[in-house]
Design a binder for this molecule. Sequence first.
Ligand code: MN
Length: 266
Amino acid sequence: MNRLAAAALTLLMMGAARAADTELQVSRAGTRPVTQASAQTFTGNAKVEMLRVPTGPDRASIGTVSFAPGARTVWHSHPLGQTLVITAGIGRVQRWSGAVEEMRVGDVVRIPPNVKHWHGAAPASAMTHLAISEALDGKTVDWLEPVAEAQGAAGQAVAAPVQPSRAQRLIGDVAPKLAQLTDEVLFGDVWARPGLSPRDRSLATVSALIALNRPEQLRSHMALGRKNGLTNDEIVETLTHLAFYAGWPNALTAAGVAREVFSTKP
Ligand code: MN
């Protein structure tokens, strides 16, 4: 090969390498492994899906973590800090010797570098967050000891004083067993299952109650749906959509309920 041809080949190869560096990488939904969080570093049931692990000069790892009710990390810190974005449910976060804070859908929590903390789900609600952390010398986290039950329980009690449930208040006197089943089976088990996010469970429930024309139950489930991340626009879109499937009068009833619910704070 003459010198000119060799130079041309080198240029060609450099071009190919550069093209590979500039290709977009699309990791499709449903193709990434979802793994059970390690019992060494989590208490209770949690599932982790890594969305992005740095492969080049980038440093940010992005994972989505779904905690069953009451599940949480052990105490830990991050050398360059961490950002949490709550995408479903209700969570708790606490720094060492700090107060337990509640986290809700759309909240963004910044944990500074080397601050000892834990995060997890509220005792009666599942929670999913995105976790974004940058690596320092290849490391994103330093795991420490488990959160003592006393720390977790006492702290969580501060953030969420135990009050009679809605079911207890509404029907506890007349139908105590139904109130107990509502709390323990319906909300404690079915609603907490990780197969659907709380937001999606709310969308399914609100849709069913619109279709069945149940304004009493719809009122409380619309309110719960907003807490679980449904927007007012999405609720209105749902009832408009259902006018064609469940009947115009049902949609009109639901619109009246929506007006009432929207006038309150989520
Ligand atoms: Mn953390």
